[in-house]
Design a protein around this ligand. Structure first.
Ligand SMILES: Cc1ncc(COP(=O)(O)O)c(C=O)c1O
Length: 357
């Protein structure tokens, strides 16, 4: 049988394993920061109708520029954004890949402040972009001074900021975004996949877009909208950035079914986003409960919580799994990450944690 090693695969891909959290069939799955609430029935019906209306025309390619969907996304974001400022793709992963294809690539570099979203370096790898792992503080914070100094030292073509940051959960001080924009010679991507869960008063980088043509804010419908299976991510930026990604996107990358389903979901955004407050309550409950039991816990503006278990985190991860609760080992020694879901899921997680200690 032929193995990967027998193929003339790129040297930099040799020996690697594909990215992915375990998809295990356990009662309580809290490891990929999905929205635990199923799509409400009226929205299921609306999406069904919208998708059905496309079926007869599937002999034709979809709208290559997804204009109607982009207009709906701009309307959702507000901030005076229009269809020309917004671009959409199959998840924000694809958006970020397109950004690296356009602004990174061979001979160029991208920098991120680790620990952050683990796909950023993998997207750099896949696009032949050199990856520079910059550091956060010991308590996972990031100050303007540190961020700017590291950007100055490396002068990367692309900087990834993540706010709220995955896996730590904390939103960035807007001064970090401003400081990095002032120092960075190239593009600055702020990954705001979890923006809708941020605590009151948190400022989105969308607010400063008009001042910064090299700033890109990426968002997704996978988290707050509960639309992870629909695969829809998007960016907001200067219209010139949208023109740049159009140079590298595959033609017709976003199927007519995806566009129709996402538009129907956006039309019902109040129903879909109706779960956000309940999820934030569970998030705050997890933080408070674990702190009360003496765990160190990172502040969270997202739908997940990073908490310290001490020692080798693999043991507690396994013990939680044995209790039917799947959380995420993000590879941070002594720490685990849990998604905030329904009250019943929090109950199951917290009682499994109680048995650990
Ligand atoms: C920080 C961050 N960005 C982007 C994504 C990717 O989301 P999607 O490709 O589903 O839009 C995730 C998913 O977990 C994430 O945590």
């Amino acid at each position: 049988m032929t193995t990967l090693d027998d193929l003339p695969i790129r040297d930099d891909l040799r020996g690697l394993t594909p990215y992915g959290a375990p998809q295990l069939d356990v009662p309580v799955r809290l490891n990929t920061n999905e929205n635990s609430y199923p799509v409400p029935e009226p929205v299921v019906e609306a999406i069904g109708k919208a998708v059905a209306a496309e079926l007869r025309d599937l002999n034709r390619y979809p709208d290559r520029d997804a204009l109607a969907l982009r207009a709906d996304l701009a309307d959702y974001l507000g901030h005076g954004l229009t269809v020309d400022h917004v671009w959409a793709a199959n998840g924000s992963n694809e958006i970020q890949q397109q950004l690296l294809q356009a602004f990174g690539g061979p001979g160029r570099t991208a920098l991120g402040f680790t620990p952050a979203y683990s796909m950023h370096p993998l997207l750099a790898l896949g696009t032949g972009t050199g990856w520079i792992p910059a550091a956060r503080d010991a308590d996972f914070g990031l100050t303007v001074t540190d961020a700017v100094a590291q950007v100055r030292a490396h002068r990367p073509d692309v900087v990834f900021l993540c706010s709220p940051n995955n896996p730590t959960g904390t939103a960035l001080d807007p001064a970090v975004v401003e400081g990095v924009l002032a120092e960075a010679p190239g593009m600055v991507i702020v990954d705001e996949a979890y923006a809708e869960f941020a605590r009151p008063g948190t400022v989105s980088a969308l607010a400063v877009l008009p001042k910064h043509p090299r700033l890109v804010v990426t968002r997704t419908m996978s988290k707050a909208f509960g639309f992870a299976g629909g695969r829809l991510g998007y960016l907001a930026a200067d219209p010139a950035v949208v023109q740049a990604v159009q140079l590298v996107r595959l033609p017709y990358h976003l199927s007519a079914l995806t566009q129709a389903a996402a538009r129907a979901a956006l039309a019902h955004r109040d129903a879909l986003l109706g779960t956000v407050t309940a999820i934030m309550e569970q998030r705050d409950r997890i933080v408070a409960d674990l702190r009360a039991r003496g765990h160190r816990v990172a502040d969270s503006d997202a739908n997940f919580v990073l908490f310290e278990v001490g020692g080798d985190q693999a043991g507690p991860w396994r013990a939680l799994l044995d209790a039917g609760v799947l959380v995420r080992d993000v590879g941070l020694p002594g720490w685990l990450r849990v998604t905030a879901g329904t009250p019943a899921e929090t109950d199951a997680f917290l009682s499994a944690m109680e048995k650990l200690s």
